[in-house]
Design a protein around this ligand. Structure first.
Ligand code: ADP
Ligand code: MG
Length: 349
């Protein structure tokens, strides 16, 4: 059995703007009680622009709900700090102060921005949180708009991640050029799922799943002692999977061109922008990364989606405890060497 985490379809006259789930958690529907004392408790809440779902295994219903509520509060706190849609968020203030002045920032935000910049280096600049000006131009979240070439070129002059100046001593972040902006959309949900998992553990929960659409963090095991099973969505067939993996104390993220997109004149325009071209990346249909932490899987899935199947698989094969499955532009599935004996691929007819 499979539980669909997110599936919103939204047609706009000229464009089809579709939000889909990327990943699917199996066997969560049943709140079956195999052990007399343990059961599954689950709640969802709309946060960070998506439907978030938290599932825990617990013998104590009250404790389970308290833990889940605290985890949602943690995600909400992170959203208030990191969302570009909230005008008073620290990230919005940093963006508004671009080219003008450094902004005092929480050590937590500085830490995440620092990590994001490290992923930029690791992915050869493909994962780049300075893409804000391009994201604004393409307006994919609002249905989409194809910008002029010169607008793209101008925005590309403002996306150098080396112009993000982090001063840890002063506790500030400064964007060197006016017009620059940071967009944490490719890493914040993974980070939030890690933090939510930590809060659940602090509340005495030993097993659960935090699912933020395409970013899932799992820990412990199911009530029956088996591992959590995750289905990786087929990028072109809504209700099918390309494969299934089992997770224990791991996170998984999928970045895909089928989550937020529109089609114009036969071309698909989506929300993952290649900083080198200034346009939606066209080397993959989806990239799924498995690692110990959601922060890593979120950033790397976005990054290797843009790097493409060859460079992307080569990168994860060099990284310890990081695996990937990529669907390339033609629909071929590529699996990293450490995942080959862990993934059950669905055979296409
Ligand atoms: P989703 O947010 O749908 O889970 P991703 O994790 O792949 O998917 O993140 C895509 C989001 O990341 C975009 O909506 C945008 O906010 C941001 N983004 C787009 N292109 C890049 C990029 N090259 N580097 C970093 N972030 C990006
Ligand atoms: Mg991501």
């Amino acid at each position: 059995m499979c539980y669909i985490l997110k599936g919103i379809m939204n047609n706009k006259n000229r464009t089809a703007h579709i939000l889909f789930l990327s990943l699917c958690v199996f066997s969560l529907m049943s709140s079956s009680v195999t052990d007399a004392s343990e059961a599954i408790y689950k709640k969802s809440q709309r946060l960070m622009g998506t439907e978030m779902e938290i599932t825990v295994v617990s013998a104590d219903e009250k404790k389970a709900h308290k833990a889940i509520d605290a985890a949602f509060e943690e995600i909400s706190r992170i959203e208030r700090m990191m969302s570009t849609y909230i005008s008073g968020s620290q990230i919005s203030i940093i963006n508004k102060s671009a080219g003008e002045k450094p902004v005092k920032s929480d050590a937590e935000l500085i830490g995440l921005v620092k990590r994001a910049v490290e992923y930029a280096g690791m992915t050869d600049g493909s994962f780049n949180i300075a893409v804000g000006p391009l994201i604004r131009l393409w307006k994919i979240a609002d249905g989409g708009d194809i910008p002029d070439k010169d607008e793209i070129n101008r925005a590309q002059g403002l996306i150098n991640y080396k112009d993000i100046i982090i001063d840890e001593k002063q506790g500030t972040i400064f964007l060197r050029k006016k017009g620059m902006s940071i967009d944490l959309g490719g890493i914040a949900k993974g980070y939030a799922s890690d933090r939510a998992k930590a809060v659940l553990k602090q509340h005495g929960i030993a097993s659960g799943i935090v699912a933020a659409a395409g970013d899932i963090s799992a820990f412990g095991r199911k009530v029956d002692g088996s591992k959590w099973r995750i289905g990786i969505q087929h990028p072109r067939k809504k209700d099918e999977f390309i494969g299934v993996i089992e997770l224990q104390d791991e996170a998984v993220s999928t970045s895909g061109d089928y989550e937020r997109f529109f089609i114009k004149d036969g071309r698909r325009y989506h929300h993952i922008i290649d900083p080198k071209t200034g346009e939606p990346s066209d080397k993959c249909q989806s990239a799924t990364v498995i690692a110990k932490e959601g922060t890593a899987t979120d950033a790397l899935s976005t990054g290797i989606f843009i790097m493409g199947p060859e460079k992307g698989i080569a990168l994860v094969d060099r990284l310890k405890d990081v695996e990937a499955v990529i669907v390339d532009a033609k629909g071929n599935v590529k699996v990293s060497s450490g995942l080959k004996n862990r993934i059950v691929l669905t055979r296409e007819e």
